[in-house]
Design a protein around this ligand. Structure first.
Ligand SMILES: [Zn+2]
Length: 463
């Protein structure tokens, strides 16, 4: 064991040195490439330029060699590649969607890529967020992703933003870019990005992936800002045109709650990069997923494109007479938090809550009933000895049975879940119907299994 720890420590130190050297090399290369471009600008004509009057594009030798396989495409050509090299794309979220999107945009040579993410890499992310490595655990995701894509292409500029995008910083960050990719997974950020793109006049390429399903569409398209459709006044819908009212917080799902098959965000993120590249090289709106949504289900490999509503002439933000003219507080608007990790419900009185250590003591009594309200799949992954699995949707359907069980039980009836939120909801459903005399028996374990792993059983898996 000592020998294993010693070698692991040596590897950590070597990797840290490797990172420092990679950063040094990236800075040197970036410096070298920009000095080459400056020389080209002053002397020969090998830099990437667009003569606005005669539309004569040129590419330097390195770019022709590097991007030749895509330049060969009639749809890209030299002009398209020059546009890609001059483009600036902002990726919001360096997770399952953001990782593949960033990889392909970097590979294709997008000149500047910004990556926004406040979160840090966890071991449970790596099965689908393939820019991050085990060694990046606890490192900020924007930083980890930026480092990885710099190693794919040192000719591009990559800027990590280690912040939570919100109403105070979004316009300042996004205004430096030409296209925004929504690679997030929560309603407040979806509305924020859509409103931001309406106000900043940027197209928004929106992806989502959950369980076995993926979706992709383009919001906030404006023909007047697009190189091909410029003469038209056509504008595609924004997110609010399609979803004017936020979904109820209960209807929202996340990958950490419901799970996701790793290739689904891989495919959708890759297609987000494809739509971004198509926009950049000048594909017209009819060829982009504007007013249309691609829906993919890998369960039976079905894939369809459905028509979305057109722009709503009465939309609160993108109509000609908007009622919203600046960014608002989207967590208040959606009645949910943008940071899932900080969700900490407090809906039960103190008498109905116990700590992990108190539960450990209660479990010494045979009359304690422990009800785990997670899904069956989660329960099968790991559970506390003696717990019964009562998935939260069963609690609602079998409430009568549970009321009887509680009234007949002499000891405590303790609810538990992963983080201590669903267990409170389940306990409250029971408490609302339970006669006063039995209410003291109902307990919720604060902090859920995460707290159990922290304070009682260090070997219990945390996911
Ligand atoms: Zn709208």
């Amino acid at each position: 064991m000592d020998q294993i720890q010693k070698v692991e420590q040596e590897i950590l130190e070597l990797r840290q040195k490797l990172r420092e050297k990679e950063d040094e090399l990236y800075a040197l290369k970036l410096n070298y490439h920009s000095s080459q471009s400056a020389q080209a600008h002053n002397g020969d004509e090998s830099q990437i330029t667009e003569e606005t009057t005669i539309k004569q594009w040129t590419l330097p030798k390195w770019a022709i060699e590097r991007y030749s396989r895509q330049i060969l495409l009639r749809e890209i050509g030299v002009a398209g590649q020059a546009r890609i090299c001059a483009a600036k794309v902002l990726i919001v979220g360096a997770g399952g969607l953001g990782c593949p999107a960033a990889m392909y945009l970097a590979g294709a040579g997008v000149g500047e890529i910004g990556i926004v993410d406040y979160d840090t890499v966890e071991i449970s992310n790596i099965h689908r967020q393939l820019l991050h490595r085990e060694i990046d655990t606890d490192v900020n995701k924007a930083e980890s992703a930026a480092r990885a894509i710099r190693s794919i292409n040192s000719h591009i500029k990559v800027t990590p933003y280690k912040v939570q995008l919100d109403s105070t910083n979004a316009i300042q960050i996004a205004s430096k870019y030409d296209v925004v990719l929504d690679c997030t997974d929560n309603a407040p950020t979806r509305y924020l990005l859509s409103d931001l793109c309406v106000l900043a006049k940027l197209p928004l390429i929106s992806g989502s992936a959950l369980k076995l399903e993926g979706q992709l569409t383009v919001y906030c398209y404006r023909a007047d800002l697009h190189s091909v459709d410029k003469s038209s006044t056509y504008r595609g819908p924004c997110y609010r045109c399609v979803f004017s009212v936020p979904p109820s917080p209960d209807a929202l799902g996340s990958c950490s709650q419901h799970g996701v098959a790793p290739p689904v965000p891989g495919v959708i993120g890759t297609l987000q990069a494809t739509e971004a590249l198509k926009f950049i090289i000048g594909h017209p709106s009819r060829n982009l997923l504007v007013e249309r949504m691609l829906i993919m289900d890998v369960d039976d490999m079905s894939c369809k494109v459905v028509q979305l509503r057109p722009r709503n002439p009465m939309c609160a933000i993108c109509s000609d007479t908007p009622t919203i003219t600046q960014l608002i507080d989207y967590e208040v608007f959606c009645k949910t938090q943008a940071k899932e990790k900080e969700l900490d419900l407090k809906i039960l009185p103190p008498m109905n809550r116990i700590t992990a250590v108190e539960l450990q003591t209660l479990l010494l009594s045979k009359s304690t009933l422990l009800l785990d309200v997670r899904s069956a799949a989660e329960f099968d992954m790991c559970n506390i000895d003696g717990a019964d699995n009562w998935p939260i949707d069963y609690v609602d359907r079998r409430l009568e049975e549970l009321l009887k069980k509680t009234e007949e039980n002499d000891g405590a009836v303790v609810f538990i879940c992963r983080r201590g939120n669903d267990s409170q909801i389940a306990a409250k459903m029971l408490l609302d119907k339970l006669p006063e005399a039995h209410r003291h028996k109902v307990k919720d374990m604060e902090g859920g299994l995460h707290a159990w792993a922290k304070y009682v059983d260090k070997d219990f898996p945390v996911y």
